[in-house]
Design a protein. Structure first.
Length: 55
């Protein structure tokens, strides 16, 4: 299992489950990723496991 660091440079290509739901509008996805980009500027560290599945 690999841990992935998600940054401003990689967020565009990474799967983020709360930002890719079929139930959300495309603008909602962009708003969430824009919020994350702003938080990275405030030193947010976002790491996720390279695994998919329901827990």
């Amino acid at each position: 299992m690999k841990i992935i660091d998600i940054t401003n440079d990689t967020i565009h290509k990474e799967h983020i489950c709360c930002c890719l739901s079929d139930k959300q509008s495309e603008s909602g996805v962009h708003l969430k990723k824009d919020w994350l980009r702003n938080q990275f500027l405030e030193c947010l560290k976002f790491k996720r496991l390279n695994e998919r599945g329901n827990f």
